[in-house]
Design a protein around this ligand. Structure first.
Ligand code: AMP
Length: 291
């Protein structure tokens, strides 16, 4: 299977690990014409990732997926080594989605010896995750810009699940005149509301139950605002109460923010985004809802 050839369902994608082969495959697809969609991921794929692939498939003539667990976006005490790596299962899932090309480089291909250039992320990266995961968005912005150069698609797809990441990438694309359209797709949830995440695999069954408090808290916040609450501190207290009542002790933030700048809101006077990051056992989960 070569990139640029429209594929039948269940045809295995072309899997490329090295940059010269990627450039050749991409050049060939470009010559064929048509729109190319790009879905960057860290693998351990689930229906959330597949929803991005399906959106790309619907909009574009060719679809490329990247699978790379990017070490520079993990802090020294984070889960880089434990992060699930399930390439064979991932490729199986992607074959069912008509993906033509998968770029799955190893760390040495993306960060060869001597690599030392990093992107300073935009100011929207500073609060929330920026405070609790210093350096995270520097790593994200750097790898995403590299991927945008290596796979110069027309449209790149990201999930609202990582709300702040979407804003960081949008701003980076705008500030640096990157010729890529960014599309943000809705968060895919389990029937009981839990946002799908590769990290949900870490949860024991009791923790899986406890994790539901994140979406419950967000919905409680949404409900409070819909019922007329305008003091963000009250909304935040209600969200925190739901989390602590469920036994969640380590809350990084449960906050009301401006949906564009992500600045902390004090008085709610228009649309906001509710953001939560909290630990369920050892697993750090994030989720968000818009009003
Ligand atoms: P990751 O593999 O966690 O880096 O995620 C790759 C892409 O999938 C990112 O754009 C995520 O925002 C997106 N994504 C992850 N989980 C979900 C979800 N539950 N719904 C929609 N998109 C998601």
């Amino acid at each position: 299977m070569t990139f640029g050839t429209k594929v039948e369902a269940r045809t295995a994608p072309e899997v490329i690990n090295d940059i010269p082969a990627l450039r050749r495959a991409f050049g060939a697809a470009r010559q064929q014409g048509g729109r190319i969609g790009l879905v960057p991921t860290m693998g351990a794929l689930h229906e959330g990732h597949l929803s991005l692939v399906r959106a790309a498939r619907a909009d574009c003539d060719h679809v490329a997926v990247t699978i790379f667990v990017n070490p520079t976006q993990f802090g020294p005490r984070e889960d880089l080594n434990q992060y699930p790596r399930t390439l064979v299962a991932d490729l199986e899932l992607l074959a069912g989605e008509g993906v033509e090309l998968v770029f799955a480089p190893d760390v040495g291909a993306m960060y060869p010896d001597g690599f030392s250039t990093y992107l300073e992320p935009p100011s929207v990266a500073a609060p929330w995750e920026g405070v609790h995961r210093p350096g995270h968005f520097r790593g994200v912005a750097t790898i995403v810009l590299k991927l945008f150069h290596l796979l110069p698609a027309d449209i790149a797809y990201f999930g609202q699940k990582d709300y702040q990441q979407c804003q960081v990438i949008r701003q980076m694309v705008s500030d640096l005149d990157v010729p890529m359209e960014v599309r943000v797709c809705p968060t895919i949830r389990e029937p009981d509301g839990l946002a799908l995440s590769s990290r949900n695999r870490y949860l024991r069954s009791d923790e899986r139950e406890q994790a539901l408090a994140l979406v419950r808290a967000l919905r409680a916040g949404q409900h409070a605002i819909a019922s007329g609450e305008r003091q963000a501190a009250q909304v935040e207290r209600q969200m925190q109460d739901v989390l602590t009542e469920a036994g969640i002790q380590r809350i990084d933030y449960a906050a009301v923010a401006d949906p564009d700048t992500l600045a902390h809101v004090t008085t709610i006077a228009g649309p906001v985004v509710l953001l939560i990051a909290a630990f369920v056992g050892q697993t750090r989960l994030i989720d968000n809802l818009m009003t």
